[in-house]
Design a protein around this ligand. Structure first.
Ligand SMILES: Nc1ncnc2c1ncn2[C@@H]1O[C@H](COP(=O)(O)OP(=O)(O)O)[C@@H](O)[C@H]1O
Ligand SMILES: [Mg+2]
Length: 151
């Protein structure tokens, strides 16, 4: 059962980052997975940038790993795995299989991960969270941070 942890309406990228820094990043621990849900241009990669900066890593190195599938960002204390499953069609994809193998010592930030959430649950030991991003206007977004499960 999913449970809403926090939600907000934001009007700027700065407000999105503020929510990421105050409400989301402090909750995440090594081994956890944050799935970013929302259509093209919703702000999934932007949100990853905000989270990455929480760990003292420059957001400038963040880009959507649409073709590489995964980017790794190393902070002083934690390693962040930024995954984009947009191009993965099936859960039997050879890459998908190994993606979450090293899941215990890093935090996963997964774009387009919601359609594989039941597979991800089986592969990781940590908790699964979902951040829903809904575009309301030009810059206006609704952000809903919720648990997927607490296994
Ligand atoms: N409130 C907001 N929160 C996040 N992004 C926003 C917001 N308002 C406008 N944007 C813009 O929307 C775009 C989102 O792009 P991106 O993060 O790459 O989306 P996605 O990864 O979901 O495709 C960026 O250009 C960002 O500057
Ligand atoms: Mg993206």
């Amino acid at each position: 059962m999913s449970k809403t942890i926090s939600r907000v309406i934001v009007r700027t990228v700065e407000e999105t980052c503020e929510f990421a820094l105050k409400e989301v990043a402090p909750v995440l621990k090594e081994g956890d997975v944050l799935i970013l849900d929302g259509g093209l241009g919703a702000g999934k990669t932007t949100f990853v940038k905000c989270i990455v900066e929480y760990y003292g890593i420059s957001g400038n190195i963040v880009s959507s790993p649409t073709f590489t599938i995964m980017n790794v960002y190393r902070g002083e204390k934690v390693k962040l795995f930024h995954v984009d499953l947009y191009r993965i069609e099936h859960n039997d994809d050879i890459f998908f299989d190994e993606l979450f193998e090293t899941s215990s010592n890093c935090i996963f930030l997964v774009e387009w991960g919601k359609r594989f959430v039941t597979d991800i649950v089986k592969m990781v030991e940590g908790r699964i969270f979902i951040l829903n991003i809904r575009i309301i206007g030009d810059q206006k977004r609704e952000l809903i941070f919720e648990t997927y499960s607490d296994n």
